[in-house]
Design a protein around this ligand. Structure first.
Ligand SMILES: NC(=O)c1ccc[n+]([C@@H]2O[C@H](COP(=O)([O-])OP(=O)(O)OC[C@H]3O[C@@H](n4cnc5c(N)ncnc54)[C@H](O)[C@@H]3O)[C@@H](O)[C@H]2O)c1
Length: 333
């Protein structure tokens, strides 16, 4: 299989390395608007390089991985499906609802497989939590707690084109809460904080947020987000029910330390970032995508799933701006 990679920044390079390790992938073609970065990556990985990302659509690809900046996703995604190329696209599909819906409409007009990059769906812990809930082992869920605590902020330029903390970061939690519980979010209420770099405020963003979600059936979810968790990369989910509870991410890489005397857990070094925390999940999602592109499997994360998670992010942004609870019905189109 000949696979293209559009955008070779932090995650694009990692995806290209992962693709290189998959038996079904014979050759990799990279392109980036930063031509020098693309050329250096291609040389290091033994990949082909194209001078212009637009050339990817006429490069005889069997599949395309989009890992460019968020504001480039929708156009690349639409060009790929129009060219009949199966496509994996990093989350989110776009920085706003209008562009996301434009992509959804175009994709639904073509019979071309699309998988969106919510890698937590391929993580063994989240998969086990989903099975525990679906199997009734936790009883009825009263509370879900989800955290995405980044150790340090991304660059200012990334923040400016990211769509903000809910669409860029919290969207992973919103997707996985839907996936793990099998239920839709009905209402959100959000508060935010800015004690860090001023570029968050300049971009109309916050560096920390707490989101309270009401899920259909009455379960409550609390989503905690920050760009400043100095102890390390802390991404977890707790599902707590009338008959039992389960925790995802409660392993030796957890950055949290106990205040209790004599408690050694967690014993290992804290996860420094997303690449270490989700290494296996990133590999599993691209292996799954190769199967999707080859027609051997259905997409495990559709663009419609991405739109639903994005609506939750949109509702959170509106709640923060207005300082009031927001019903999903207010933002859903
Ligand atoms: N699933 C995850 O865990 C995860 C983790 C990190 C990033 N991401 C997502 O991946 C995307 C990239 O994030 P990153 O951290 O690698 O950003 P980055 O800024 O490190 O890299 C983005 C790259 O895209 C390139 N680019 C911009 N426009 C382009 C275009 N039109 N065509 C080709 N290349 C283009 C830039 O030059 C840069 O090299 C973002 O959408 C982000 O939300 C997902």
């Amino acid at each position: 299989m000949r696979v293209g990679v559009a955008g070779v920044g932090r995650i694009g390079v990692h995806h290209a390395e992962t693709l290189r390790s998959l038996a079904a992938v014979e050759s990799i073609v990279v392109a980036d608007v930063d031509a020098g970065r693309a050329a250096a990556t291609a040389e290091r990985l033994g990949a082909e390089v194209l001078a212009d990302p637009a050339a990817l659509f006429a490069a005889g690809l069997d599949a395309l991985v989009i890992a460019a900046a968020t504001d480039a996703h929708a156009d690349l995604l639409i060009a790929a499906v129009q060219a009949g190329i199966p496509v994996f696209c990093e989350k989110p599909v776009a920085p706003d609802v209008d562009a996301t819906i434009r992509a959804v409409k175009e994709i639904s007009a073509h019979d071309v497989p699309v998988q969106i990059g919510f890698q937590r769906r391929f993580d063994s812990g989240y998969t086990a939590a989903k099975a525990a809930i679906a199997g009734g082992r936790l009883g009825w869920l009263h509370t879900v707690r989800a955290t995405t605590l980044d150790p340090a902020p991304p660059p200012a330029a990334y923040v400016a084109s990211s769509g903000g903390i809910f669409r860029d970061c919290g969207v992973h939690d919103f997707d996985i809460i839907r996936w793990v519980t099998g239920r839709e979010v009905e209402q959100v209420y959000v508060v935010g904080g800015n004690q860090g770099e001023s570029f968050f405020l300049d971009a109309g963003d916050v560096d920390t947020a707490a989101c309270l979600l009401r899920i259909e059936g009455g379960t409550l979810a609390v989503v905690s987000l920050t760009r400043y968790n100095g102890a390390g990369y802390d991404v977890r989910l707790e599902a707590l029910g009338s008959a039992g509870s389960i925790s995802v991410g409660l392993d030796d890489g957890l950055p949290l330390r106990s205040a209790e005397a004599g408690v050694a857990f967690p014993a290992g070094p804290a996860y420094p970032g997303f690449l270490e925390r989700f290494r296996d999940a990133y590999t599993a999602e691209l292996a799954a995508f190769v199967d999707v592109a080859a027609g051997r499997a259905e997409s495990a994360c559709t663009v419609q799933d991405a739109l639903e998670a994005f609506y939750i992010a949109e509702a959170c942004a509106l709640s923060l701006a207005r300082g009031r609870p927001v019903l999903l019905a207010e933002v859903r189109r």
